[in-house]
Design a binder for this molecule. Structure first.
Ligand SMILES: Cc1ncc(COP(=O)(O)O)c(C=O)c1O
Length: 435
């Protein structure tokens, strides 16, 4: 647009904006729904054409406290009136320190902890690996099949799924190995998973060169596969035996999604390092690495940080999220929402045999779809159809899973029961319409 050009007064449409998007934005940036938001409020959004949607996607696990929670808006406004940026490494500010203190106090493990703030989930994972390497003076990292850790080169290397994330972007950093994640539907047990770690140590890299094992307590993009507590305990023991660190990637599971602040609390296992992002600040970009103080202190001054890392606005939002969790008892709400979703989805599964599994932890709940209920035939086509039909009927959903056949629910925990039930009804109607 020329500088003196007048902005168009024509009403905006999703199709019109889609055409501009396609002309201006790299196609590698995908988009699930061909819709543009005009406004969001708690668990509802309205598009530029005025259509209302129930939001079961929560911006991919970012909105546990909903769109524009009044406490967050108020906290960020107050911060805007004071200062918005210094770079913490140049001139520090108290909200960063207070946020670290409060998250350190929440992290499991009977040992001193320290934290570090960054901007994205991938950056948190990158830094967790850097810190683990600096502490152990080893290079190897073991991750899991189906895991997802981000889109930077190191995190893509850790990610255990090729298309679409890794296609065309290699080579990836070396010394990364993938063990099998348990998958009861496909006959992969905890024993198989542990055996695959031991095989890596036998065939690929000696234990004394492995810095860390990284695992999502519940795989997010991979399909909401829950790591059984037994696996977490056996990985902890294996790490202790070999002097490796255990990293829990809680970017998607953290901030109360599973009914505890960190999902690893369910297993009773304390990781050495935890990564956190997404819902920790309700949509303001910030991520964290929290861990054993002596491990976190391994990198020398200057080795960690970033220009925007731990921005004051995001710290203010994150502190408000912690307050909201306390004031509204959102951990209990997460467990209640989870029970409500599982009950509703089980009722749906009883009517549709394509739904082969209903699973999750707390309010991190998903269904997996199969052709005619045959567990050997994942149904990605039906999954896409249900997601598209639900959007037409006013419900925003997301799929996931190594086979693209899982529908996951990440509705804000602040959503009312009435709204959740309305969303479940739309989902059921969508199944009836396409299945
Ligand atoms: C478990 C996990 N780790 C890391 C990431 C990457 O986070 P970001 O997209 O903020 O870089 C994600 C994003 O979905 C994730 O689910």
């Amino acid at each position: 647009m020329k500088r003196d050009a007048q902005p168009s007064l024509a009403p905006k449409t999703n199709a019109g904006l889609m055409a501009r998007r396609q002309a201006a934005i790299a196609r590698g940036v995908g988009q699930v729904h061909e819709r543009f938001i005009a406004r969001g409020e708690n668990a509802e959004v309205w598009d530029v054409e005025g259509r209302r949607y129930i939001d079961f996607a929560g911006g991919i696990a970012v909105l546990n406290t909903g769109h524009r929670h009044p406490r967050l808006v108020e906290a960020v406004r107050a911060q805007l009136d004071q200062y918005t940026h210094t770079c913490f490494q140049v001139m520090a500010y108290e909200p960063y320190v207070e946020l670290a203190e409060r998250l350190n106090a929440k992290a499991p493990g009977d040992f001193a902890k320290k934290a570090l703030f960054l901007t994205t989930g991938a950056e948190a994972v990158e830094n967790a690996v850097k810190i683990a390497r600096a502490h152990t003076k080893r290079s190897g990292v073991i991750a899991f099949t189906g895991g997802y850790h981000g889109r930077t080169l190191m995190t893509l290397g850790l990610t255990g799924k090729v298309a679409p994330y890794k296609t065309g972007f290699g080579p990836f950093p070396g010394e990364i190995f993938h063990a099998r994640f348990p998958d009861p539907l496909r006959g992969v047990s905890v024993d198989d998973a542990i055996e695959s770690v031991e095989l890596i140590l036998k065939n690929d890299i000696e234990a004394s060169r492995v810095a860390a094992i990284i695992i999502e307590p519940v795989q997010g993009e991979g399909g909401f596969n829950v790591a059984p507590p037994e696996l977490m305990h056996r990985l902890r023991a294996l790490c202790d035996r070999h002097g490796m660190l255990l990293i829990a990637d809680e970017v998607q599971t953290g901030a109360g999604r599973t009914g505890t602040w960190f999902a690893c609390e369910h297993s009773g296992v304390a990781p050495d390092l935890i990564t956190l992002a997404k819902s920790m600040a309700g949509g303001f970009p910030i991520s964290a690495v929290i861990g054993r103080a002596e491990v976190m202190d391994a990198p020398a001054p200057g080795g960690l940080g970033g220009t925007y890392a731990g921005s004051p606005l995001a710290c203010a939002a994150a502190l408000a999220v912690l307050d909201v969790f306390d004031e509204e008892d959102l951990l209990q709400r997460s467990r209640d929402v989870g029970e409500r979703l599982v009950a509703g989805l089980k009722r749906l599964a009883a009517r549709h045999k394509s739904i082969g599994d209903v699973r999750g932890l707390g309010a991190m709940v998903a269904i997996e779809l199969f052709e005619g209920g045959d567990l050997t035939r994942p149904d990605a086509e039906l999954t896409k159809k249900v997601v598209a039909e639900a959007a037409r009927r006013g419900l925003i959903l997301l799929s996931c899973g190594s086979h693209g056949n899982v529908i996951r629910i990440l509705v804000p925990l602040t959503a009312s029961d009435t709204l959740i039930d309305e969303g479940l009804t739309v989902l059921a109607d969508s199944f009836d319409a396409v299945a």
